[in-house]
Write a protein that binds this ligand. Sequence first.
Ligand SMILES: [Ca+2]
Length: 245
Amino acid sequence: MNAKKILSFSAAFACALFFSACDGDNSVSVTEKIVEGTANASGTPAATDSKNNAPSQATGEKLLVDDFEDGDNQSPLGDYWYMYNDKGSGAESSIESMTADAEGHPKPTPTDNGSKKSFNVKYTLKQGGYQYAAYVGWGVHLPTDKDYSKYTAVSYRYKGGSHYIHVEISSITDSDHYMKSMPSTKEWTTAIVEFSTLAQEGWGAAVPFKADDISAISFQAKGPDTQDSVFVDDIYLLSGTEEAK
Ligand SMILES: [Ca+2]
């Protein structure tokens, strides 16, 4: 797939899926790229906008997890966005929201992606005396009494450092969640992550993935000591996808 095709597709797709970002201004989306991450959680993140690896587009129902336009700390599905760090494990990483409230809870921040707000974290990874890689994370729980069985993928837009997306299921109790590694990007990028491409990292119990058991969508930055930031927006569960034309 050549670059021109990616750009023309991306603009159309972004306006179809995220139409609110395109009201009266198609120029917003033309710089977006569409990528997928790598299934290997320990591998080097790589974009898939290269030959023989076409991106997907949504074809079925969408369930909004959050688009942050209301500016509050709560997902439309009911639960609240959270952040965590590795200090309880003995490392020294930190994470903060650019616009936390008085209690330190993360809140959406004004954004440059054509919508009003997105969710931002900035973080410092610092291994300290911890024997494994430093990590921080952020995410939101989903109500577990809802039927997610028809959903096959999660989509979101992001900009910033490399990270992992986690689709957590309630039947995993040791935190070795299904995940995918996503590459860093300096431009707002649309990612469609098929559940079939997720993998557990492998240090915990192997548990079959069942979409109906989804309990959280979360993100994690993990690796060598560094400082970076990530913005996320327009997070949806998708019931169908197909290869982009
Ligand atoms: Ca938004």
